[in-house]
Design a protein around this ligand. Structure first.
Ligand SMILES: [Zn+2]
Length: 203
């Protein structure tokens, strides 16, 4: 991965002072906030604009504007509804299959400090690993397009011999199906569909 030096750059209220620790693949930077607090922030959160202060920005927003009418607040409360309210229509796909919200996010303020502002109306809160719950490291704001791509990648990863056989049999059946429509139906990339059909994978 290309290494980027962020020292002395400014992101919102944060000025990067020095490089901090590396956790997994993520580099953290030790920053000073305009308010005087210090905070270590991952590169990706600085560069995406997700983190722009030590948290004081969000605290101010809540204090001065209240936040209950904002999109971030409805996302936060919707997340809790899906995970805890048995009467919620989406409960079966969330709380019903063990998806939960971390303790820290009982507080809207903590959620808002972690996730910051929703970048646009086209963004929704997405879990990076769909089998895990709602917590800062497993969540990001994503557009529908990004979510669809994510889902495709996940399905491709679960490609099995059984699916490959099914694709081949549908492709060679009398009412011939296009590779494109087969790819869409099974969530397999177009290039993998052609590899399956020409027998170069999953023989
Ligand atoms: Zn601050």
């Amino acid at each position: 991965m290309k290494k980027i030096n962020l020292i002395n750059l400014k992101f919102g209220r944060l000025t990067v002072l020095k490089q901090g620790e590396t956790v997994g693949m993520h580099i953290y930077w030790y920053c000073e906030c305009d308010c005087g607090n210090h905070k270590s922030v991952a590169s990706r959160h600085l560069r995406s604009g997700r983190t722009m202060s030590c948290g004081c920005l969000q605290e101010e927003a809540i204090r001065t504007h209240g936040m209950t009418d904002t999109p971030e607040y409805s996302v936060w409360s919707g997340m809790h509804q899906r995970c805890t309210n048995h009467n919620n229509l989406q409960y079966k796909d969330y709380g019903g299959r063990g998806i939960s919200v971390c303790k820290e996010w009982d507080s809207f303020l903590t959620f808002f400090k972690d996730m910051s502002y929703r970048p646009s109306i086209n963004h929704t809160l997405e879990r990076i690993n769909n089998d895990l719950g709602y917590y800062a490291d497993n969540c990001k704001w994503a557009t529908r397009l990004e979510q669809a791509q994510n889902r495709r990648v996940r399905k491709t990863a679960k490609l099995t011999k059984k699916i490959a056989d099914k694709i081949r049999s549908l492709y060679s059946s009398p009412n011939h199906r296009s590779q494109e429509s087969l790819g869409k139906e099974f969530g397999v990339s177009h290039s993998n569909v052609s590899r399956i059909i020409n027998g170069s994978i999953w023989k």
